[in-house]
Write a protein that binds this ligand. Structure first.
Ligand SMILES: *Cc1c(COP(=O)(O)O)cnc(C)c1O
Length: 352
């Protein structure tokens, strides 16, 4: 093994996906797997497919490029840049959109490549990130229906990510109502009503999701088991981090000398706890944010980090740590994203 590394347990991930799939299928909801949380690592994507997602989505085309060999519908979930339209058509079948100018460009490029590209129109439901205003939805759809090369597939919304707005029966009901309004006023069928991401799952779980919502886009819930119940077989530790001890010494818990700024331009503050046994680990802030990781050994305390070093207090540990030992950490979505993005962190696939 090479360190530092992030491990991904494919069995655990597939089990999370299957658990979510079952609950969503009971409510008539189709699920797609969002791969951006682990940079669309193709081997990890296999666990999504094994668990039963019916499509794959990512915000970045560089990630979708890695998914070329998977023969399922691929979604570009960030509003496309005008400058990437050619690759959007080449690498995805469906994209989320909110700008007619971009949709027209997608249509022209789709005709050029001899393809039909599907459009999900994003609606602003309160989180104030992407999406057209609710009163404009019907007009936008009417325009999209007139654009050659694209097919209007449905409407969608995203909540939580920017404004922190929680999906509830009210805002999901508004999305469902808009889908019905489009169907009535334009006399068409809205195939997909995409009600958001992981944060929308609790409504499904409580059987409170409006019936018209038939599509959800999940990443975090599969990656971290968020909102899932361990008693039903959920896993919160699909991903773990391992780092190696490069120094073990007893040292004063406060620095000696005049205190200026640390490597990250902050003035560090220390509590004097006397001489403590500390371990230095070969991983740092370049790879991970220390607030987002938790040692699996609950007796270890994180003290701080610089770009390349993580310092932990092992004074109260029952295990006698030595140089060369490997220390494991539990992770959340943010730390998984960072670690997967760092080229200095080895990616290890576990097939248990
Ligand atoms: C990232 C993203 C998702 C997935 O979010 P999770 O919280 O990881 O489930 C869904 N939809 C859009 C538009 C996204 O950008």
């Amino acid at each position: 093994m090479q360190y530092p590394c992030i491990t991904a347990d494919l069995r655990k991930m597939a089990e999370n996906v299957a658990l979510v799939k079952k609950k969503c299928a009971d409510s008539g909801i189709d699920i797609i797997g969002v791969t951006k949380g682990f940079c669309a690592h193709p081997e990890i994507v296999e666990a999504y497919l094994k668990g039963g997602v019916s499509g794959l989505g990512d915000a970045r085309l560089r990630n979708l490029e890695k998914l070329k060999s998977f023969n399922v519908p691929k979604y570009l979930m960030r509003i496309p840049m005008l400058s990437e339209v050619e690759d959007v058509i080449r690498l995805s079948n469906i994209s989320m959109n909110s700008e007619l100018e971009t949709i027209k460009a997608l249509g022209r490029e789709a005709l050029r490549q001899g393809k039909v590209h599907s459009i999900i129109l994003m609606v602003e439901l309160g989180d104030v990130r992407e999406g057209v205003l609710q009163e404009e939805v019907v007009d936008y759809v009417r325009e999209i229906l007139n654009i050659n090369g694209v097919k209007f597939l449905g409407i969608g919304a995203n909540l939580s990510c920017f404004g922190g707005v929680i999906p509830d029966e009210k805002n999901m009901g508004r999305l469902a109502g808009l889908a019905e309004q489009v169907e009535q006023e334009l006399d068409i069928n809205v195939e997909i009503v995409s009600g958001g991401s992981t944060s929308s799952f609790p409504l499904v779980d409580k059987k409170r999701m409006p019936g018209k919502i038939n599509h959800l886009r999940f990443g975090e819930i599969f990656i971290s088991g968020t909102y899932l119940d361990a008693r039903e077989g959920a896993h919160y530790d699909v991903f773990k981090m391992e780092a190696e001890v490069i120094e073990i010494k007893r040292k004063p818990s406060i620095p000696t000398g005049e205190i200026g700024l640390d490597a990250f331009f902050r003035k560090p503050v220390f509590e004097d706890r006397g001489i403590r046994k500390r371990a230095l680990l070969a991983i740092g802030r370049q790879d991970v944010d220390l607030d987002q990781i938790k040692p699996c050994d609950k007796e270890i305390e994180i003290i701080g980090a610089s770009s390349d070093h993580l310092i932990v207090d092992v004074d109260s540990c029952s295990r006698n740590y030595r140089v060369g030992d490997i220390i494991e950490f539990n992770l959340n979505y943010v730390s998984i994203l960072r670690l997967m993005t760092s080229e200095y962190v080895h990616k290890v696939i576990i097939r248990s």
